[in-house]
Write a protein that binds this ligand. Sequence first.
Ligand code: APR
Length: 239
Amino acid sequence: MSGLKNRLEKSKKIVFLTGAGISQESGIATFRGKDGLWQRYDPMKFASIQAFIDNPKLVWNWYNDRRREMLVANPNLGHIAIANLQNYRHVSVVTQNIDGLHQRAGSRDVVELHGNIFDTKCTKCDFKSTMKSEFFDLQICKSCGSYLRPDVVWFGEGLKQEIWNEAVIHSMNCDMMIVVGTSLTVSPANSLLLYAKRNHATLVELNPANSPYSDEMDFCIRKTATEGLPTLFSIFGTI
Ligand code: APR
């Protein structure tokens, strides 16, 4: 770990690539692994455009349940450590999560690859809106009368080009990428660490389990987010 602390001390721009695991200790279910969402729900029936076309009410209500879960969740010590690191380094967060917890912890530069569960958009026109706390039933677009849907990336859909470009630019310009709480099984998110590697960035994986990219990492910390992140940044004092 001393090698990592030396690199951390020398680092200037740190990019975090995060997934569902960083929110697990906030009480939000991950997708894979023993209690994962996809063990209980078929993603093709709840997180795809065809699912929404086939049964918009089922999909909308499923996202309502997840919105409620995310609204009552709080950022954990992992989210907070990343936000506090902004006092010592240039920090960007590229997250696959749609829960908004990085922003609620105080992270200012957050790229949401897969969108945000509180954003909605029309299935036909370019109407968009952001929900506050209330949860309504399936909504009809005020301007064209079509269904509103969660403004998140579903299976089979591409990422917004401007979002992807921003994530790639961060990954190509960092000297350290810390990958926290992701199985790295979904593309193109999992390719971002290869952009960082090409830029000779130090790659760190913080995850209690291995991932398909563990061998690419310079350092692997087999701890949870709330165990590993505050300790890692203890060189900057208790952050
Ligand atoms: N701290 C750190 N990591 C954890 C913790 C924790 N407390 N708990 C679990 N993990 C790790 C698991 O070991 C696993 O590697 O988090 C990872 C969660 O993996 P997934 O459930 O696959 O979540 P993620 O990688 O974010 O999925 C990517 O898949 O279904 C899509 O859109 C969805 O954004 C999601 C994408």
